[in-house]
Design a protein around this ligand. Sequence first.
Ligand code: 3SL
Length: 236
Amino acid sequence: MPSIDVCFSPDLLPLYNLKGKIAIAVDVLRATSSMVTALAHGITHIAPVRQLDECLAYKEQGYLVAAERDGVKADGFDLGNSPFHYQEESVRGKFLAMTTTNGTQAIQLSRAADEVLVGAFLNLGAVADYVKKANKDVVVVCAGWKGLFNLEDTLFAGALAERLEGHFTLDHDATLAAYHLYQTAKADLLGFLSKSSHVQRLERLHILPDIEFCLQEDVYDLVPVLQGDFLLIAQK
Ligand code: 3SL
């Protein structure tokens, strides 16, 4: 049986061997939730990049460019990191380049894996089905916050472990911790996260609707997969 492991921060990735495995990069609040939403609403390609200038350079090629730093849209970019920005009719059919404080970093740092997927509560079931079918070891790479642990990405890892129970071994300590945390939190994810640092940070920016949106499970039936420089919807 394949296993599911959890890396609580991209800074811990040097301790993990991703070769031969599927990495699932997750930044529930809000980068990977926005990416899943963008692809669901007709963005065709997303280039997840690490630096602001690298992202802005895509504008010359006709891309929409999106950037967030410390929760706020960066100056000079078309869009920020709210999932609601990506539900507008005007984004349909466009190419997007995106950089965020932690999420796009986690995606790029996961490249040593055989495949890099993007996960969020919004596409939890689709990710679970995809990795069950692939039948390979999985590492959930939590984006965290500037190298630190966070609760929301860990809860996603626990939720995925629950969906994979019986199909994957859950015997890594990090996976067990995430699994049990999710059991405690799942009846009221928002309530559980109310004191967490990033929810408090986002509440100071008055974006509670974004948080509520991102904590919904199984809204979209798609899995973004990194192919070359782009995240595309994986073929079923
Ligand atoms: O760190 C990130 O990648 C972002 O998702 C953070 S925020 O939710 O936009 O503040």
